[in-house]
Ligand binder design. Sequence first.
Ligand code: UTP
Length: 295
Amino acid sequence: MSQAKKLRKAVFPVAGLGTRFLPATKAVPKEMLTVVDKPVIQYVVDEAAEAGIEHFVFITGRGKAVIEDYFDIQFELEQTLKARNKNAELSLLSGLLPIAGSASFTRQQEPQGLGHAVWCARDIVGEEPFALLLPDMIMNGEKGCLKGMVELFETHGGNIVGVEECAPELAHQYGIVGVGEALDGGFRITQMIEKPAKGTAPSNYFINGRYILQPEIFKILETQARGAGNEIQLTDGMLKLADSQSFAAYPFDGQTFDCGAKDGFILANVFFAMQREDIRPQIEEPLKALLAALK
Ligand code: UTP
């Protein structure tokens, strides 16, 4: 096992079809939909950078080239901003750019499932542990979810998943973990079940779209049979990995929004706008008035 290795790389699978967000995702990848004034993917990349990630690996697919362009300079725009002395806008753009050589892009030609998307990162990640962030889940907390997971990883090694508590009646919609021995900042996982039948979930802790995985997952995914939805499922691969390696959970304390779904995306926009000093004063009262008028 490669537990002693430092966590340097993060994988962002962005090759999905985004069918829950049609028709918008016919032309725009869901990762590029904006929450306030930044694309969803920027929030997730920021979370990874806060956790100390040095290399950002994007698994893209057909129609996703705009994501690659977003992480590049925009020459004409920047020249125009310079000519107009728009220095604040210029430094905003340059501050968001990954340093040269720190972003890699590879293609998943067909969306064959999350497990298959992760497998596409095998050569770029190599023989070291890596973070995996599902880019449609965006989070807000005093400490970023991945940062907290990295702290747990640095003490305990192995594989780590981010978890949050859901209402018991919703547990059947999620990947749920069983709670074992308490650790400083988390707990050991006794089992993982994808979408347990109603009333059978071993806990209310669901996997929230953040993972730290050991590279042995790639060998497993290479031969992983198709599972639910006829897709190569990451959970099936993790279950096999759990036969030989430890898994721990990091309970994230904060707000999470599923921006791959319309309700989560709309709530995220309201929430992050209300966090902004330059926006909240303009929207707070109108928002209340709108809600009151809807009653
Ligand atoms: P989702 O199931 O949430 O994404 O996968 P999706 O398939 O795009 O969405 P819907 O259900 O059709 O609306 C979780 C993440 O895994 C990526 C997706 O882009 C998303 O970020 N993914 C999924 C891939 O990169 N490749 C796949 O084959 C499947």
